[in-house]
Design a protein around this ligand. Sequence first.
Ligand code: GLN
Length: 219
Amino acid sequence: EATIGILALQGAFAEHQTRLQNLRLKRRIITVLVKGPEDLLLCDALIIPGGESTTIALLARLSGLLEPLKEFVRKKPVWGTCAGAILLSQSVTNAKKDGQELLGGVSVDIARNGWGSQVESFEAPLSVTDLPDPSVPFMGIFIRAPVVLGVSPEAPIQVIARLPPHLLPEPIEDDNDPRTIVALRQGLHLLTTFHPELTKDDRFHDYFARKCVFPTVPM
Ligand code: GLN
């Protein structure tokens, strides 16, 4: 079994918990809402939800979680969705004036609200070959989503999903442009710029459990 924590300071943490509780795996998953350092000690893996990255970082500092989280990211699997993806990145542009504290862990540069403030939200069907039933598109829900500006060439990054060029909020010619990347994995870390927890589709949660939480257990 494994205990998966969900950082529960702000944002869509309850939805992540529901999705995890729906999974049917050979190994038991226990979920914990992480509000302080003592909760994090129980966890084998962590999800950082969408919400507001600046607020989440500030609340993490106030609750004494910032340093324990940085330490956790160095050792254990972490999945960041949307705001959580920003927190897992190595650098961010468009941060608020007083800056943005990051946890690091994933070697990408990301732009906060990267599709521009006029693009508040949009949905796009994503074809993701690594998920169960890959012929069924996964509905990507993007809400003031961050945009991947670059990935470190030397980092062991596996791109899991890209936005099809015709669905991009602004035209991008090159299929390999990093801005088309919306899901990627680096070792035990998973980053999605959209919100799988806001759908009723559990396949990304299943992916995180299989590839990141129980990478050595066939399921
Ligand atoms: N724009 C938000 C931020 O900067 C992220 C939005 C989201 O998580 N839906 O943190």
